[in-house]
Design a binder for this molecule. Structure first.
Ligand code: NAD
Length: 447
């Protein structure tokens, strides 16, 4: 009826992890009625109480506000979530497969199947998870097979570009909205959902399904390539006696290049970039696009090589073996402003040194709990001071502002030898040297 058509669409969010929980709270903040569903009952229980099960700046406040407003609720009953909504955002995980570089699509398939089986009326399914190109078109087949007869169900792809640590801001004020494969009706619905960001100037880019899927993975591949590029140049800087941090600043002034993602160091990690470039490497290979596969293979190798470099530098600082040496590790999260340690370079280096016999003590302002769950055998300290106590070498592995700002003089007195390796290129080398530290940085001039 025309009365119904003027009602704002009611939204469901299927999968309430980093992406889904943020999306659900942000859509409620935009004024929509939202229900979040997750197969993990502990997440549903926490979110229902207004508690975010992970650290994301600003999300706690937004979640509490939106749950209290009555616009946002969470359920463990998928039939309830589907029956209460018109538009269903699929936000489940697409991790790397255990035995290959390809993405594991079982969660996305299960989510679409569960929505389809429980549809009670016309609906729009909007994939937001990051998927290999070609996935959405297969999911359309699944939807057509599974949806009840007589129900008009459409599936489109609307990839998500949010950054952890800035997820709320990125969701409410995206740089662009990309929608693939939408009919006129689906596009109208999504223009309603994203009316506010679009009114604020975010371009609404409507394209075909494979283009939408590929925009997301290409964006991540480009960012990863930029980081591996500067790390490759850092190797040249070290060999030639140049300073990569000064070089990166100078490069960054060129607006065609830009300064972001040009920090030489330990490289990228997290739940997205590594698995996304590997999935694209794999998919490009399947499609016969071998240049892309080879390029990304190099990007990945350079990136993983940085972890080996830092392990080797730490070993050298300990006199050739880390066995029974005490190593203080500052940072465990894959980047600042998150407690996410999925494929974290920092935790990877800390664990590798531990496995080689070092006594490793880690401090992270937010990620100690998630790190402890992943690597319970490492030592965890309650402060940076405790982590560096009596150590043979200190490693800065995640560039949290509070770690970068640590007082070099005060810390030096606590260690056994005042040796530091800055694996993120963020410490003030001069100040640390002046405070008595033997300072080593990747791609920077030796003392
Ligand atoms: P996550 O692991 O934090 O969350 C995934 C959630 O899905 C979990 O809570 C899990 O319990 C739930 N789930 C799994 N199967 C389900 C099912 N069948 N039905 C309902 N819920 C189910 O992962 P994430 O970081 O939020 O990533 C989700 C997707 O978003 C991935 O494809 C990722 O690549 C993409 N993405 C993530 C980010 C990010 O910064 N985290 C940014 C952009 C895109």
């Amino acid at each position: 009826t025309s009365a119904k058509a003027t009602q704002p669409p009611r939204l469901s969010v299927i999968g309430t992890g980093y992406l889904g929980a943020t999306h659900a709270a942000a859509m409620a903040a935009l004024g929509f009625q939202v229900v979040g569903f997750d197969t993990d009952p502990t997440k549903v229980a926490a979110l229902s109480l207004g508690k975010v099960p992970f650290y994301e700046p600003g999300l706690d406040e937004l979640l509490v506000e939106q749950v209290e407003s009555g616009r946002l609720r969470f359920t463990s009953d998928v039939a309830d979530a589907v029956a209460s909504s018109d538009v269903h955002f699929v936000c489940v995980g697409t991790p790397q497969q255990a035995t290959s570089h390809a993405a594991n699509l079982s969660h996305v398939e299960a989510a679409v199947r569960a929505v389809a089986e429980n549809l009670v009326g016309d609906a729009l399914i909007v994939g937001k998870s990051t998927v290999p190109v070609g996935t959405a078109s297969r999911l359309r087949g699944l939807l057509a097979e599974t949806a009840p007869a007589g129900v008009r169900a459409e599936l489109v792809w609307n990839p998500e570009f949010l950054r952890e640590g800035k997820a709320v801001q990125d969701t409410l004020h995206p740089d662009r909205v990309v929608v693939g494969g939408a009919s006129a009706r689906a596009e109208e619905l999504l223009r309603t959902v994203y009316a506010q960001p679009v009114a604020e100037g975010a371009p609404f880019i409507s394209c075909d399904l494979p283009t939408a899927e590929l925009v997301k993975v290409s964006a991540n591949a480009f960012l990863a390539t930029k980081i591996s590029f500067i790390n490759a140049i850092a190797g040249v800087c070290e060999a030639a006696g140049a300073d990569v941090t000064v070089l990166a600043d100078a490069l960054g002034h060129d607006v065609r290049i830009g300064r972001q993602f040009l920090d030489a160091g330990l490289g990228f990690g997290g739940g997205c970039l590594p698995k996304d470039i590997r999935a694209l490497m794999h998919r490009a290979g399947e499609l016969g696009a071998h240049h892309a596969s080879r390029l990304l293979q190099q990007v990945d190798e350079i990136n993983m090589g940085q972890r080996e470099r830092v392990i080797a530098m730490a070993t050298e600082a300990c006199g050739g073996s880390v066995l029974n040496r005490r190593i203080g590790v500052l940072g465990a999260a894959f980047k600042p402003d998150t407690d996410d340690v999925r494929d974290s370079p920092a935790l990877n280096v800390a664990a590798a040194l531990h496995l080689r016999g070092a006594q490793v003590t880690v401090f992270d302002p937010q990620a100690s709990d998630t790190a402890r769950r992943t690597f319970p055998t490492l030592g965890y300290a309650a402060s940076a001071e405790d982590a560096v106590q009596g150590t043979d070498v200190v490693l800065l592995l995640t560039e949290w502002p509070e770690l970068v700002a640590l007082d070099a003089g005060r810390l030096a007195a606590l260690t056994a030898t005042a040796r530091v390796i800055d694996a993120r290129g963020k410490l003030d080398a001069q100040a640390w040297r002046a405070a008595g530290w033997e300072f080593t940085g990747l791609g920077r001039i030796a003392a």
